[in-house]
Structure formats: structure tokens, C-alpha cells
Design a protein around this ligand. Structure first.
Ligand code: KG4
Length: 355
């Protein structure tokens, strides 16, 4: 009987410690420890993130192996997120992966976090009883992928698992960053994206017409929208002669809900218009979405609507593969394993890069 290919993956790029196992192409476990410590600071505190990763990494990896029903001696290779991300956070996962690979004498595979998000569309699950999501049809190459997260907003032409061209990207803030910063102004907890999604369901998306950027090509910009959001609130505070958002909310019915709905609708319109143009110009009809913001319910619906209208085949990831997770890193590692695309033990993590 042929030996099974077993990939263990480690993801620690930001504030989620995660580990996953793929056995012969099928995801068997995907364990995520999210760090709650940042909530009270309204954003990720890098030093606290590194410390929490140190505490979480051993139990998370151990649980991933146990849930997958494999021992560490059976592992064929170890994949890890090399970047981009917070350097202190990445160092924890990278060092752990290196140490384990050395001790087991197995190859090490470095994975670009952003490519991982795109490759989440290839993760395959089976009913393991471990609560993993059911995955559907995978895209075929080439396809377009809108990658939207807290740090990126990009339109990517995916030619192969390891060959991706960025057609356009944000020239300032990312879509998730715009959500998080506007949510903070409204006094919502961090991260604000999911709160905006929730409140937007109760608001009027046409209530506040925010500024939309006029940027050439397929690039994005969200800083003007953020300013427009801020100025709308500032003007309302002045007009009602109050100082805080809560005082304003008492005077303006449905304020937060309408602001969230209008913001969300504007962000989605900005994202989808450029994506539509890229699909038209390239003639590519398979269109995917990835990254943390792809958890947004209205964006997911927009994909379905555009798909119907423009005859796209759309690919929307299961919720648990939208935010940071090791399943997507494991999938990238699985692809690289068959190309023997391994990395040296002295490879170092990187904080910044694109695809
Ligand atoms: O990919 P991701 O988990 O991590 C990084 O960018 O590092 O994305 C996180 C981003 C945050 O900005 C968060 O507010 C946003 O994804 N997000 C959402 C939703 N869920 C997460 N934005 C809008 N609606 C959501 N439901």
C-alpha cells in the first residue's frame, strides 16, 4: 500500500493561531484559537498577539493532529505561513514549524498567506464528524479572485496555484480596514466588519450617499469613503448640537443601522464594479471571492446576483475559510508538496508583500 501524503499546516500571521491537517488531499482538521485579548484595545496589539500565539501553538497543533487521527511521525511535510503579517506573530509559527520539521526530518513548505486565501477554494472536506464545512465545486484555472481582507483589496487573475497576477489593488486602505475604522468611529467593537454586517441588515442602504472614488484601471481606494463617512457624522453632530455618537443616536432614529447599511452598500458597489470590468476585459467567467471580508453577507449576495446577471460561475468560500485559518495554508502546502517546492530551514518570515 502506498504511503499516505499527510501535510500539517501552521498559520500565525495575525491574531488567530491555527493548525490543520490534510490527508491524501482531504482536510481532516482545522483548529483555530482566536485571540480575545485585543478586543478592549480596538485593534490587534502585536506584542500581545505574539505572546498569545506562544501559549496557543502547542495545544492547537496537538488538537489538529488528534482530530485528524494522525501521529506526528506520520507527517510527510510541514507547511507554514511565511508572510505577510505581523513579524512577531509569524516568528512563532515559523519557529515552531522549523523545529518540528527538523525533529521529524520532514520537508518544510513556506506559504504566502494571500495565496493561501485564494487557494481556500480548493480545500476538500469529507464528513469527518469534526464540524468541518462541506466544500463544493472548485474553480478551474484561470479564474478571477477578489481578495478582500483587513489588509488587502485585490483583483487577482489566478493562472495556476502558484502563478497569480494582480490586476488591481487598493492604493490606500483595504475594504476591511475601511469597515473597521468606520465601525470604530460609530463606537462599535473590534473588529467592526461583522458588526457593520449585522447592523446593516436593519438599515437603509440609500440613506447616506457617501463619496465613491474615481481611480483608473482596476485599482481601489477607500480612504475618501472613510473621510466622507467621518464628515457626514461630524456635520450631523454639529447640526444637532451634540458631542457624542450616542447623543446623536438619540436624536437621529436608526442612525447606526443606516450609516452601516449605506457604508456597506458603497463598499460593495466599489468592489463589484471594478471586478465586473475585469471580468469583461479578460473574458473570464469564473469569479471567486476570498479573505475576511468575504464573510460579509451582502457581499456574498452581490456575488450571487452578479453571477446571475453576467453569467459568471461564482465561488464563495465556506465561512470558516474566509478569515485566517490553517486549512488554506495546508491546501497550498499540499499543492507545493507534489512539486517538491520545499524551503530551506533558514528561510525567514516577511511582514510585507503581495501575492
Ligand atoms: O482575512 P482576515 O481575517 O485577516 C486580515 O486581514 O488579517 O480579515 C479580517 C477583516 C477585518 O477587517 C474584519 O472586519 C473583516 O475581515 N470582516 C468582515 C466580516 N467578517 C470579517 N467585514 C465585513 N463583514 C463581515 N461579516
Amino acid at each position: 500500500m502506498e504511503k499516505k501524503v499527510i501535510i500539517l499546516a501552521i498559520e500565525s500571521s495575525c491574531d488567530d493561531t491555527s493548525s490543520a491537517v490534510i490527508v491524501d488531499g482531504v482536510l481532516k482538521s482545522n483548529v483555530i484559537a482566536s485571540q480575545k485579548v485585543h478586543e478592549e484595545y480596538g485593534g490587534v496589539v502585536p506584542e500581545l498577539a505574539s505572546r498569545a500565539h506562544q501559549m496557543n501553538i502547542l495545544p492547537v497543533v496537538d488538537t489538529a493532529l488528534k482530530r485528524a487521527g494522525v501521529t506526528k511521525e506520520e507527517i510527510s511535510a510541514i507547511a507554514f505561513t511565511r508572510g505577510p503579517g505581523l513579524l512577531g506573530s509569524l516568528l512563532v509559527g515559523t519557529s515552531f514549524a522549523k523545529g518540528l520539521a527538523l525533529s521529524l526530518n520532514v520537508p518544510l513548505i513556506d506559504v504566502n498567506h494571500l495565496q493561501g486565501h485564494v487557494l481556500a477554494h480548493f480545500v476538500e472536506t469529507a464528513d469527518t464528524g469534526e464540524g468541518l464545512p462541506v466544500t463544493g465545486k472548485h474553480p478551474t484555472f484561470p479564474f478571477l479572485c477578489l481578495l478582500v481582507s483587513g489588509g488587502n483589496s485585490q483583483i487577482i487573475k489566478v493562472n495556476a496555484y502558484n502563478k497569480m497576477d494582480i490586476l488591481g489593488q487598493t492604493i490606500d486602505d483595504a475594504a476591511g480596514e475601511a469597515f473597521d475604522k468606520c465601525a470604530k468611529v460609530l463606537g462599535l467593537p473590534y473588529p467592526g466588519g461583522p458588526w457593520i454586517d449585522k447592523l446593516a441588515k436593519l438599515g437603509d442602504p440609500a440613506k447616506y450617499p457617501f463619496a465613491k472614488p474615481n481611480i483608473p484601471g482596476y485599482d481601489y481606494s477607500f480612504s475618501g469613503l472613510k473621510t466622507s463617512f467621518l464628515y457626514t457624522l461630524r456635520d450631523m453632530l454639529k447640526a444637532h448640537n451634540v458631542e457624542t455618537i450616542d447623543e446623536l443616536a438619540e436624536k437621529v432614529p436608526n442612525l447606526k443601522e443606516d450609516m452601516c447599511a449605506s457604508l456597506q452598500a458603497t463598499v460593495i458597489d466599489i468592489l463589484m464594479r471594478k471586478l465586473k470590468r475585469a471580468a469583461q476585459d479578460t473574458g473570464i467567467k469564473q469569479v471567486a471571492v476570498a479573505g475576511g471580508v468575504s464573510a460579509n453577507s451582502a457581499l456574498r449576495q452581490a456575488f450571487i446576483d452578479y453571477g446571475q446577471k453576467y453569467k459568471w460561475e461564482v465561488f464563495i468560500p465556506p465561512f470558516s475559510f474566509t478569515t485566517d485559518n490553517a486549512a488554506m495554508i495546508c491546501q497550498a502546502g499540499y499543492f507545493k508538496y507534489f512539486d517538491q517546492d520545499f524551503c530551506a530551514i533558514d528561510e525567514v518570515p516577511f511582514a510585507k508583500t503581495t501575492i
